[in-house]
Write a protein that binds this ligand. Structure first.
Ligand SMILES: CC(C)(COP(=O)(O)OP(=O)(O)OC[C@H]1O[C@@H](n2cnc3c(N)ncnc32)[C@H](O)[C@@H]1OP(=O)(O)O)[C@@H](O)C(=O)NCCC(=O)NCCS
Length: 169
C-alpha cells in the first residue's frame, strides 16, 4: 500500500472530524476528550485547530484520510530538540496493516528534518496495543501520570513515553 503524509489544513476538517469522532466512539479511554464534548464542537473550532499547522495526516491511494496525529515541537530554544505527539489515531480498517507504522515513520522523518531528536507522548496504561506499537518504534516509559482522565469506571493512569531518535538512524 502506498501512503502519503502531509500537514492537515482547515479544508481537511470534515475528514479530520470523522476520523476523530470514530476514534473517540470506539476507544473512549484512549483519548483525553470525550465523544460528547467533541461532537458538540462547532466545525470552526476544528478549522482553527487545523490552521495552526500542528496536525499531520496519512492518506491512502484514494486520498482518504486513514491516520492522524498532532506534532507539536517545543518552541523554547533550549527545548527545541523535543516534540510532542498527541491524538495518534488510525482508522480501524487500516490497523495492523502498516499504516500506523507509515504515520510514525513520517513523523520521525519530519522530526529529524527539523532537528528534533526527542519525541514524547502519553498513552493510557491499559492501552496494550498502543503501548506495544510505541515500544516497537523505540519509545520507552519515562513516567506515570495518575488520574489522567476520570472515565465512567473511575480514574485512569497514563504512561509518559519518550523516544530518543539519536538511538537509531
Ligand atoms: C495504536 C494504533 C495506532 C496502533 O496501530 P496498529 O496498526 O494497530 O499497530 P500494529 O499492528 O503495527 O502494532 C500493534 C502491536 O500490538 C500488538 N497487539 C495487538 N493487540 C494487542 C493487545 N490487545 N495487547 C497487546 N498487544 C497487542 C500487535 O500484535 C502488534 O505487535 P507485533 O507487531 O509485535 O505483532 C492503532 O491500533 C489505533 O489507532 N488504535 C486506536 C487509537 C489509539 O489507541 N491511539 C493511541 C492513543 S495514545
Amino acid at each position: 500500500m502506498t501512503y502519503s503524509y502531509r500537514m492537515l489544513v482547515a479544508d481537511d476538517q470534515p475528514a479530520y472530524r470523522a476520523l476523530r469522532l470514530l476514534g473517540l466512539r470506539l476507544y473512549p479511554e484512549n483519548f483525553l476528550s470525550s465523544l460528547e464534548e467533541e461532537q458538540d464542537k462547532p466545525s470552526d473550532e476544528d478549522r482553527e485547530t487545523l490552521s495552526q499547522g500542528l496536525s499531520r495526516g496519512l492518506f491512502d491511494q484514494n486520498r482518504t484520510l486513514i491516520g492522524m496525529s498532532s506534532f507539536v515541537p517545543e518552541t523554547a530554544q533550549r527545548a527545541a530538540h523535543r516534540a510532542y505527539i498527541g491524538g495518534f489515531n488510525v482508522h480501524p480498517d487500516a490497523q495492523g496493516k502498516g499504516a500506523a507504522q507509515a504515520l510514525m515513520r513520517n513523523l520521525v522523518a519530519e522530526a529529524r528534518d527539523r532537528g528534533v531528536w526527542q519525541l514524547e507522548l502519553y498513552v493510557n496504561e491499559a492501552n496494550a496495543r498502543a503501548r506495544r506499537f510505541y515500544e516497537k518504534h523505540g519509545f520507552r516509559v519515562a513516567g506515570t501520570l495518575p488520574n489522567s482522565i476520570i472515565a465512567d469506571a473511575g480514574p485512569e493512569t497514563d504512561l509518559f513515553m519518550v523516544c530518543d531518535l539519536r538511538d537509531s538512524s
